[in-house]
Design a protein. Structure first.
Length: 396
């Protein structure tokens, strides 16, 4: 039955490919929960603004953890940190499935936030270290994001169906199972371990931040990542709530996220491959400005099904952003020394973008109608796109 998890067969595949498969499997878990998370909070009695503020606070927690993660990565190693994160996910989702409690949910949310930070930073470095040729980074990152988005294509539609038919616990149980399978398969993976020269100053938070932002070439990927997570957080947290409130069946919400992910699964790998030929700038400017235009149009639409299709197909434009963010960052640093020091700082860009999206949206909803949230996010996306447009691009 489990012949596909065959240790000998698994060992002979390429190291980065094995890790990309693991990424695909646990993306099924994150996607399944991701599509129902805000809906579940709403079912517990949280308002739309409260959901945004709570999500924003959790993101600030992850921001703090990200910049402090260097010490953990260097002391315990990426593999142990990654395994720990998977265990936390399994425990957390099973607990939510078994016990329906507002207080417990808040506690579990903090645990999941910790796990997300540990997982994101440790796995990114593990995957980068598995790629021996620097010229393959963009292409391999494109493959990774394609498989991750394939997971986001499969899980949300399935989760929406399960939610409508069986309720929330089944979704959380299956997501926990995906992380358990990832844990088993990762234990069969025997990738190479790079010897890294760590300095005592690596754990100096203020010093690491100062060093990161003193390197001008690292500001570009930081801005890109923050902008991408701005729109991603807005869509994942708020679009399910907005559409559900307008009367869209919950199954359709799962389909929305699935189709958006399918678009990325199809095109991310190709974009990652093309960037070596055409450079980053053209793709990124198009992605940000076209996404901003889509949200501006969305603010004028009243029909829920028209909005549904606009958001679904408008997600095409973020394919010009997503597969490029990590590869650009890793192309600018040394694997043997700087990854553990600078990647946690770089990863805070995601939290910055997410915090802005959640807090801005939650605050607008206290005073204004839904359409103004689209225009506010669009305005920020346009600013990022314009900044990139007038920024001189350095050759890799």
């Amino acid at each position: 039955m489990f012949d596909f998890i065959n240790k000998e067969r698994f060992r002979y595949t390429d190291a980065s490919t094995r890790l990309a498969v693991i990424r695909f499997i646990f993306s099924l878990g994150t996607a399944g929960v991701g599509v129902v998370w805000s809906l579940y909070m709403n079912s517990l009695g949280f308002s739309e603004s409260a959901i945004g503020y709570i999500a924003g606070i959790l993101t600030l927690v992850s921001l703090f953890l990200s910049v402090k993660d260097t010490t953990l990565l260097e002391k315990f190693g990426e593999k142990k940190i990654f395994v720990t994160s998977l265990i936390i996910y399994i425990f957390s989702y099973v607990s939510i499935a078994v016990f329906r409690s507002t207080a417990l949910f808040i506690l579990i949310s903090f645990l999941v936030t910790i796990a997300a930070v540990l997982r994101t930073e440790s796995f990114a470095i593990i995957y980068r270290d598995s790629i021996s040729n620097n010229k393959d980074v963009s292409r391999k990152e494109g493959l990774l994001y394609s498989l991750a988005n394939l997971g986001w294509f499969i899980a949300p539609a399935f989760a929406g169906f399960l939610l409508a038919k069986y309720g929330y616990p089944v979704v959380f149980y299956l997501s926990a199972l995906m992380f358990a399978v990832s844990l088993v398969i990762f234990s069969l993976n025997r990738g190479r371990v790079l010897k890294k020269n760590f300095k005592r100053s690596d754990g100096n938070l203020i010093g690491n931040i100062r060093k990161y932002f003193s390197r001008k070439e690292l500001l570009f990927p930081y801005t890109v990542s923050a902008g991408l997570c701005l729109i991603d957080s807005f869509i994942i947290i708020y679009m399910p709530l907005f559409l559900f409130k307008r009367g869209l069946p919950v199954e359709y919400i799962g389909i929305l996220i699935s189709v958006m992910a399918l678009i990325h699964a199809i095109f991310d790998f190709k974009i990652g491959d093309l960037v070596n030929k055409y450079g980053f700038k053209k793709f990124l400017v198009l992605g940000f400005l076209a996404s901003a235009a889509t949200l501006i149009i969305a603010g004028f639409i009243s029909d829920v099904y028209v909005l549904f299709y606009l958001i679904m197909f408008g997600s095409f434009f973020t394919i010009f952003i997503e597969p490029l963010q990590d590869s650009y960052f890793f192309s600018k640093i040394s694997r043997k020394e700087d990854e553990e020091k600078f990647f946690p700082i770089f990863s805070t860009a995601a939290q910055i973008g997410a915090v802005i999206a959640k807090i801005v949206t939650a605050t607008i909803l206290l005073f204004l109608a839904e359409k103004y949230t689209y225009w506010a996010i669009a305005f920020i996306m346009a600013i990022v796109g314009i900044l990139i447009l007038f920024k001189k691009e350095r050759k890799n």
